[in-house]
Write a protein that binds this ligand. Structure first.
Ligand code: HEM
Ligand code: HEM
Length: 232
């Protein structure tokens, strides 16, 4: 593939679509969790985030260069070398600290969505577990808050990077897909293009399925009984 004036395609369209859909779905799921009247939207955006993140794991194994987990420089030596000379080290893909934050977001985020679905099933009494339902509720809330902390760290990292690497910060790359400097482009093969389509179709199907999850009377009663107990 020809390279444009010293620019490298780092994040192809699927990676950027994944990124912005994830940002929207996490933000919506988190904010809407506080409003009972938007419960179906909470489920839907939470499931969309879960579907996107599950697909991102496969993308990390079979996706294009820079998106692959094997291109994440997360060995101890690479992390310490990066921290020691943060100003002079340029990375085409994720830098070592960004890679850690990304892995955290991907796995904690997926665990958040799975625990949310388990919680829904428990509140509907269709999932019986050998421990207290409250344990899953707390787990779901803790994971969601860890997810939020990782997003804040991610945004702080982007801000520090923009400050330290004024002329070649990563900031615009998530909009344009490109970074300065010449390196091999992250071009997609046929399988990756097809996978990307299937990935987003499945994620949107999960959105619709979760939106239509019935909120049963049982669940309302379960919730009411709990609040009454707490009031006593
Ligand atoms: C809830 C909000 C957000 C979440 C959950 C999130 C999550 C992520 C994830 C998972 C990646 C890795 C992409 C991949 O390798 O597939 C990433 C990369 C990136 N994000 Fe975000 N993001 C959020 C908001 C933002 C915002 C508001 C910006 C600001 C422009 C931003 C800028 C970037 C940039 C520049 C990268 C590429 C970093 C690099 O080159 O190492 N993100 N983000
Ligand atoms: C990334 C995705 C998700 C995030 C960030 C998230 C976040 C949250 C948060 C912060 C709460 C606590 C609300 C509170 O009581 O203050 C919550 C509760 C809950 N979430 Fe999620 N959630 C996600 C995905 C899901 C999914 C996929 C489902 C089910 C399909 C789900 C079902 C629930 C349920 C049933 C509750 C408890 C509501 C209640 O009984 O008060 N969540 N979620």
């Amino acid at each position: 593939m020809t390279q444009k004036l010293n620019k490298t395609l780092v994040w192809g369209i699927p990676t950027r679509v994944f990124h912005w859909l994830l940002a929207i779905s996490f933000t919506a799921a988190y904010i809407l969790s506080d409003f009972e009247q938007f419960q179906s939207f909470h489920f839907a955006f939470g499931a969309l985030a879960g579907g996107l993140l599950a697909g991102r794991i496969i993308w990390g194994l079979l996706g294009p260069r820079y998106s692959k987990f094997s291109d994440f420089p997360v060995t101890f030596n690479k992390i310490t070398a990066f921290v020691k000379s943060i100003k002079n080290s340029a990375h085409v893909g994720h830098n070592p600290l960004a890679s850690l934050a990304m892995l955290g977001i991907i796995f904690i985020g997926l665990a958040t969505a799975i625990s949310g679905y388990m919680l829904y099933q428990i509140e509907n009494q269709s999932l019986i577990i050998p421990f207290e339902g409250d344990f899953i509720k707390e787990t779901h809330e803790i994971l969601a808050n860890l997810f939020l902390i990782l997003v804040i760290i991610h945004l702080a990292g982007i801000a520090v990077d923009a400050f330290v690497h004024k002329n070649d910060s990563a900031f615009f790359s998530i909009f344009t897909g490109q970074k300065k400097g010449s390196a091999p482009n992250a071009s997609l093969n046929g399988f990756q293009k097809m996978f990307a389509v299937v990935w987003f179709v499945i994620a949107f199907s999960l959105f619709i399925l979760a939106f239509n999850l019935p909120v049963t009377e049982q669940q309302d009663d379960h919730e009411k009984a709990k609040y009454e107990q707490e009031d006593d």
